[in-house]
Write a protein that binds this ligand. Structure first.
Ligand SMILES: Nc1ncnc2c1ncn2[C@@H]1O[C@H](COP(=O)(O)OP(=O)(O)O)[C@@H](O)[C@H]1O
Ligand SMILES: [Mg+2]
Length: 449
């Protein structure tokens, strides 16, 4: 049997090789296998300044721009560790390596970066950056001489694909927290900012979205598309382009796939018989090259529609209410139970939860403190859970560190124009400046770099 260069490199590596040895033996062959030339690699790339250096920045050369000379517009970052560092998922070293990579990916000199890798030549994981969002694209994989070539091909296929839409499920298994309102106004805001945006109304029992835009639910187009196992091509008439004339801005448009009558009528059992929860992800795959964002509005309850929506998404955005304990407890359940359940089926590390936000209520300072106490209890309970102990802090208090104790939670306040617009056939953000500013802040907080 003939070994590839990369396999040979791996076989040559001493068991506990420190970073410098992994760097000189494994990395050159790894980058060759990914198809990057020597002058397409910059070692010790300064992400901010000389104290924040990532081990490698990578980008393809163009005729005029040789990356090793210009060092501009990096595309991929690699944070390297030695084999003496344990990078298996959930080890402390793994967690700090991921945190370090995320910091670099979001650093000022890395705006253009779309991918990040951590590896020590025993484990490897690929992350994607889309705007501000960083999410895993593969689980943390164990590398062996037998699978190394296959793993590199997997990674290469992903990073060679042009930028694809970020798919966001808007979900909380509590109703009335603002899922539909968020979906619509966030989509409208992203479209306003020039992003190609698609909404999928995957809450056929409410059809709030479809109704609020005065669209008539179709008879069975969406159902047929999902049910037809043979086809992933998008049937004509499945999606609508919604155009709005905005004073001083002109035409703004985004697309929507409305719900349909048939999905509304069929019961849970029948749906499951005909459509797997993996199907929505499969059929939207070819749409991802056409959009920057695909937002999926999902119903409350952990059933066919919401399971399909989470299975189809890269990230899950969870609206809650500070004064509704159930919405906060449910957010914890989504993060601690439902998302891991889907992750186990997906096997690419996704989806992941974005930090929760408060929606649609006026908050006084005493109320904020009361909510904090409740959340602190929820976090404490999750930490000591028998089945899946997790630290929910980053999902409730994304800015928190033991040093700063920052418990800030983003919020979209109660705003009458937002509620009224549900019946106005036009997103609130296109009618009202303040509404727009609230959702622009949401888009910036979570998505835009
Ligand atoms: N920020 C807000 N300010 C005022 N009203 C809101 C706001 N967000 C949502 N609402 C209203 O709250 C109600 C429930 O919102 P909705 O988006 O339908 O929730 P869900 O989809 O989670 O069931 C709707 O009447 C909506 O207009
Ligand atoms: Mg809804």
């Amino acid at each position: 049997m003939e070994y590839s260069q990369l396999q040979q490199a791996l076989l040559r590596l001493p068991g506990k090789a420190p970073q410098a040895i992994v760097d000189s033996i494994f990395v050159p062959e790894f980058l060759n296998a990914l198809g990057y030339d020597v002058n397409e690699r910059v070692p010790e790339f300064a992400t901010v300044n000389s104290s924040e250096k990532v081990d490698y920045a990578i980008r393809r050369n163009t005729d005029k721009d040789i990356f090793i000379h210009t060092k501009s517009k990096p595309y991929l970052l690699i944070e390297l560790k030695g084999r003496d560092i344990n990078l298996s998922e959930n080890s402390n070293h793994y967690k700090s390596a991921v945190a370090q990579l995320k910091r670099y990916l979001l650093a000022p000199n890395c705006q253009s970066v779309q991918w990040g890798i951590i590896t020590n030549s025993i484990h490897i994981q690929l992350f994607r950056k889309h705007g501000k969002v960083i999410h895993p694209c593969l689980p943390c994989l164990e590398i062996t001489p037998d699978n190394v070539d296959k793993i590199v091909q997997l990674i290469k296929a992903k990073i060679d694909t042009p930028q694809q839409a970020l798919t966001v499920a808007i979900y909380n298994n509590k109703g009335g927290v603002g899922k539909t309102t968020t979906t619509l106004n966030l989509a409208a805001t992203l479209a306003f900012l020039g992003k190609q945006t698609l909404i999928i109304d995957f809450d056929p029992n409410q059809v709030d979205l479809t109704n609020s835009l005065a669209l008539k639910p179709k008879e069975d187009t969406l159902y047929s598309w999902l049910e037809n196992k043979a086809s992933t091509s998008v049937p004509a008439g499945l999606s609508f382009r919604l155009s709005f004339q905005i004073p001083s801005k002109g035409q703004i448009a985004f697309d929507i796939i409305p719900s349909d009558q048939k999905l509304m009528e069929l019961g849970e059992e029948e749906l499951r018989q005909h459509i797997k929860i993996t199907r929505l992800r499969q059929v939207i795959e070819p749409l991802k090259s056409r959009y920057d964002y695909i937002l999926i509005d999902s119903p409350p309850n952990w059933r066919f529609f919401s399971q399909s929506a989470l299975y189809a998404s890269d990230v899950v955005l969870i609206p809650t209410k500070h004064n509704n304990m159930f919405s906060l407890e449910n957010a914890a359940v989504v993060i601690q139970r439902f998302i891991p359940e889907i992750q186990a089926k997906r096997n690419d590390g996704g989806p992941i939860a974005l930090p929760i936000f408060y929606n649609g209520e006026y908050i006084t300072d005493p109320q904020r403190r009361t909510a904090q106490k409740e959340i602190d209890k929820i976090i404490e309970k999750a930490r000591h859970d028998d089945v899946n102990p997790v630290d929910l802090t980053p999902y409730f208090y994304p800015k928190y560190t033991p040093a700063n104790q920052n418990r800030h939670i983003f919020d979209i306040p109660n705003y009458a124009h937002i509620a009224a617009a549900m019946f106005a056939r036009i997103p609130a953000v296109y009618k009202n400046r303040t509404a727009y500013e609230h959702y622009l802040a949401l888009a910036k907080e979570y998505f835009l770099q």
